[in-house]
Design a protein around this ligand. Sequence first.
Ligand SMILES: NC(=O)c1ccc[n+]([C@@H]2O[C@H](COP(=O)([O-])OP(=O)(O)OC[C@H]3O[C@@H](n4cnc5c(N)ncnc54)[C@H](O)[C@@H]3O)[C@@H](O)[C@H]2O)c1
Length: 423
Amino acid sequence: METVKLNGDVKDIALAEKGKRRIEWANQHMPVLQLIRKRFIKEQPLKGIRVSACLHVTSETANLAITLRDGGADVVLCASNPLSTQDEVAASLIKDYNIPTFAIKGEDNATYYAHLNAALDHAPQLTMDDGADLVTQLLTKRTDLLKNFIGGTEETTTGVIRLRAMAKDGTLKFPVIAVNDALTKHFFDNRYGTGQSTLDGVIRATNLLLAGLRVVVAGYGWCGRGVAMRAKGHGADVIVTEINPTKAIEAVMDGFRVMPMNEAAKLGDIFITVTGNKNVIAHDHFEKMKDGAVFSNSGHFNAEIDIPALEKLSNGKKEVRPFVDEYNMKDGRKLYLLGDGRLINLAAAEGHPASVMDMSFANQALGAEYMVKHSKELKNQVYAVPEHLDQQIAKLKLDSMGFTIDKLTPEQEHYLASWQEGT
Ligand SMILES: NC(=O)c1ccc[n+]([C@@H]2O[C@H](COP(=O)([O-])OP(=O)(O)OC[C@H]3O[C@@H](n4cnc5c(N)ncnc54)[C@H](O)[C@@H]3O)[C@@H](O)[C@H]2O)c1
């Protein structure tokens, strides 16, 4: 298939120098990806493979794109969220690294989809998604591109859920590797990465002191645990809402109060949703909130807070600080929505720190290599990252942090493998 030569679409190419410094800084904190990149340069496992990646365009993603390029891939990048792009990084990717990038922070919906389609014009053989938007577009609107397609990888929980639903009803036409499901991804990225960077986003947007405030965390999954743990560490009084009894017990035993959102709505000063669900904060909750309540979302889509309902209950809004919209409610209260309800850690802060994305993107790079090598053996299903790769990434990360661990002795190996032992 003939491919179009693409350059990209970014806010301002003159921002490239600042972007390059950010990319280099992130690189210093991504030792595992550095090792993979060194091997990729030698072995060229992705030689000639066209890759379209739809990821948050941040300094960490830039290092992943460079690694794939150095492994021989022909890479094009677009944003996986209209508010998560670091414009200077996008500029540097084009100017300094020759990687076509389509991403502008604050782009409208039409531009967002134009950028997705520009990335697809590259006629990819491999896609990388964060939320499955690229794959959805490919499978619904750009099916002409499926002919030489190898497979995809998916970064986040919400994307994996969408892809599993596609596989179940036969819509998925190629294999996908669920990077999110690797232990070296969600144990760390979702928990510690989202935990820290979500609060960073809330704090940068509002400059509120968390100590002494009531923070309501909706969802006690991998991300929610991290957010709740870090909010507690700041001295906040943390309340958790859940729909899953097991997760709710876990939250109780971790020392949090658990209650339905209808009750939490009356108490919270700050609300953070991380459920991957929709309308978790909705009409009735807005009606109960205190004057001055602040709410934000760190789940993948901006569907967790029912913004249309908020708009109906208010007489309008004004931006009082960057990423802070004040809604004047019809009953006189003022409520505050952060970052248009989009991932607050990427909208108002810088997303996950590089050292945690090091493991997530090591999974992406090794997942891409695995897909290219093994796609013919795979069905149109969602696959986990093979366990040996997951373990290899954990080992490399430990090495880079200067930690060593014990090895099983032959006697212990035998003991663990035998059902006759242990009496
Ligand atoms: N901000 C980021 O950088 C970032 C990083 C990783 C994942 N994510 C996204 O965050 C979301 C959560 O990811 P996760 O890995 O924690 O998922 P998870 O499945 O581990 O956790 C989600 C939790 O939300 C609960 N939940 C669902 N509906 C609810 C409701 N109405 N009220 C209260 N709780 C509810 C579920 O029971 C579950 O425990 C996903 O959309 C994911 O894609 C964001």
